[in-house]
Design a protein around this ligand. Structure first.
Ligand SMILES: Nc1ncnc2c1ncn2[C@@H]1O[C@H](COP(=O)(O)OP(=O)(O)O)[C@@H](O)[C@H]1O
Ligand SMILES: [Mg+2]
Length: 372
């Protein structure tokens, strides 16, 4: 027998529940918002640009674009329509992207292949902070008016709200983890640490008793030494456990880039820390994190990979980050882009190196290294 239909109130609750869950996952929230653009703003296609560093966005989450060519495209400030929105922080539109004299034309051939003519973009802003750029486009020339801009801005406002909620939820979870680690560290310090101290002090007093057999005194001395070593080991562990966020900055940055990559592309990216890492100055952490970011962008643009693994480990008196994909490999083309030379230069400035080559999965492995 067929199941009886759910009462309307349950259906409504179900939809609301899905909405709330979607709100807690930033990427899912943004995708849902972009998907509403064609219907709400009356345009054929839509996509979003998400910040990647301070001066550029990466495009993605496209709906209805014939070939999805905007996916993974990097748009610097000032370039194209989105770059103009980034700089001006207000809606910008053109009736025909392919012929408009007001827009730089870095992406014209791509727009032409996708059959994009009219294009509109609005900033996604929260509290004066730019969270992204929302785009709409039509297959034909169109004179967009304030109405379309307002509709798109409304979706942008909702997207901003959803992003902020999701970000807060994630941040709260991260802070909670850190606080819990600190709490455990303090508790261990107060219990195990105090017990070891008492033990050591007792052993010392005992060892100082007059008239002790030499062998017994030596034995007591050895045990006291062990207690001191245990105290030192405990201190080290407590330092790691309660490490302030700066000391985990590289791990946090790499995890963020991996997660952003996975969210943008849907391709799984794992981050693995293979060894304990020495402390690094901020400039070297930034150079390594930037190298990983460029490598992941290259995987997104060039590799067509099924999966990516980012590993970080101490080696040769420094720290290496390797980004390993199982994509189509480097091919026979000479490496002629701009991204890798810029990354290499940045690493060289802090005494580091970059290497790139084939791996066992027929894909590409990039490895960046900096001295500790
Ligand atoms: N993971 C990868 N898989 C396949 N090819 C890659 C990969 N990374 C880089 N490449 C190749 O190396 C070239 C140079 O990369 P890059 O200097 O970052 O320039 P860009 O990304 O702007 O093309 C790319 O154009 C591409 O052909
Ligand atoms: Mg590149």
């Amino acid at each position: 027998m067929a199941e009886p239909p759910l009462p309307d109130v349950l259906l409504a609750l179900d939809a609301e529940y899905a909405d709330i869950l979607g709100m807690l996952d930033r990427s899912a929230a943004v995708s849902r918002m972009v998907a509403t653009v064609p219907a709400l703003a009356g345009v054929n296609m839509a996509w979003v640009g998400e910040p990647d560093g301070a001066d550029r966005i990466v495009l993605g989450k496209s709906v209805n674009t014939p070939n999805g060519l905007v996916e993974g495209l990097v748009v610097p400030v000032g370039v194209g329509l989105g770059g103009k929105v980034l700089a001006a922080r207000r809606p910008v539109w053109v009736s025909d992207y392919l012929t408009s004299p007001d827009i730089t034309h870095h992406f014209r051939s791509l727009a032409s292949i996708e059959g994009m003519h009219a294009m509109i973009a609005v900033p996604i802003v929260h509290d004066g902070r730019l969270l992204g750029v929302l785009y709409g486009a039509n297959f034909c020339e169109t004179e967009f008016g304030d109405r379309t801009a307002r509709a798109l801005e409304q979706v942008a406002a909702r997207t901003a709200a959803a992003e902020v909620v999701a970000e807060r939820a994630r941040h709260a979870a991260e802070v909670a983890v850190h606080e819990e680690r600190r709490r455990v560290a303090l508790e261990l310090h107060d219990t195990v640490g105090a017990m070891l101290f008492t033990l050591g002090a007792g052993l010392r007093r005992l060892g100082e008793e007059p008239g002790l057999d030499r062998a017994v005194r030596d034995r007591l001395c050895a045990i006291e030494q062990q207690a001191m070593e245990a105290t030192a080991a405990l201190r080290g562990s407590l330092r790691v456990l309660s490490a302030p966020p700066e000391q985990v900055a590289l791990g946090v940055a790499l995890r963020e880039h991996s997660t952003a990559f996975q969210e943008r592309t849907g391709t799984p990216a794992r981050m693995i820390t293979l060894t304990e890492l020495p402390a690094l100055p901020g400039a070297r952490i930034a150079a390594l994190a930037d190298a990983a970011r460029e490598a992941l962008l290259n995987v997104e643009k060039h590799a067509a990979a099924q999966s990516v693994v980012v590993t970080v480990f101490a080696v040769r008196g420094g720290v290496a980050v390797s980004v390993c994909d199982d994509g189509r490999g480097l091919g026979s083309d000479r490496l002629s882009g701009l991204g890798l030379p810029a990354t290499m230069e940045r690493l060289a400035r802090v005494g580091g190196t970059l290497s790139i080559g084939p791996n066992d999965d027929a894909g590409v492995t990039l490895q960046a290294w900096v001295p500790a």
